[in-house]
Design a protein around this ligand. Sequence first.
Ligand code: FMN
Length: 112
Amino acid sequence: MDIAGIRLKNPVMPASGTFGSGQEYSGFVDLNRLGAVVTKGVSCVPWEGNPSPRIMETASGMINAVGLQNPGIDVFIERDLPFLRQFDTKVIVNICGSTVADYLEVVERLSG
Ligand SMILES: Cc1cc2nc3c(=O)[nH]c(=O)nc-3n(C[C@H](O)[C@H](O)[C@H](O)COP(=O)(O)O)c2cc1C
């Protein structure tokens, strides 16, 4: 399977944000079996996310508004990316930002 020229061995991958940065679930799922790990949103600087309450139960399930809390691209590159690289799976990084420049900065850091 090909996405934008990237070959995945299968189409199975988690939805962004439901799987942390991969490490959190690596004790439960063999990451080598996934076509890709899709990370939670990563921004150019750390984001604290929304104040609580962030999760609310409803009659039909739950609503969440975490606010894309994340440690930022520096920590992602130093801590999370080397962990993910140990596995035979592709890494798809979900980027978040407030401006186009924010997005570009993360892309540029990752392209190195
Ligand atoms: C706890 C939680 C965190 C999420 N975090 C992100 C995120 O960081 N970035 C993102 O693009 N989507 C995030 N999502 C949305 C999911 O990627 C996905 O779009 C959503 O669960 C709906 O899935 P569906 O499109 O298959 O219905 C999050 C969802 C949940 C439940």
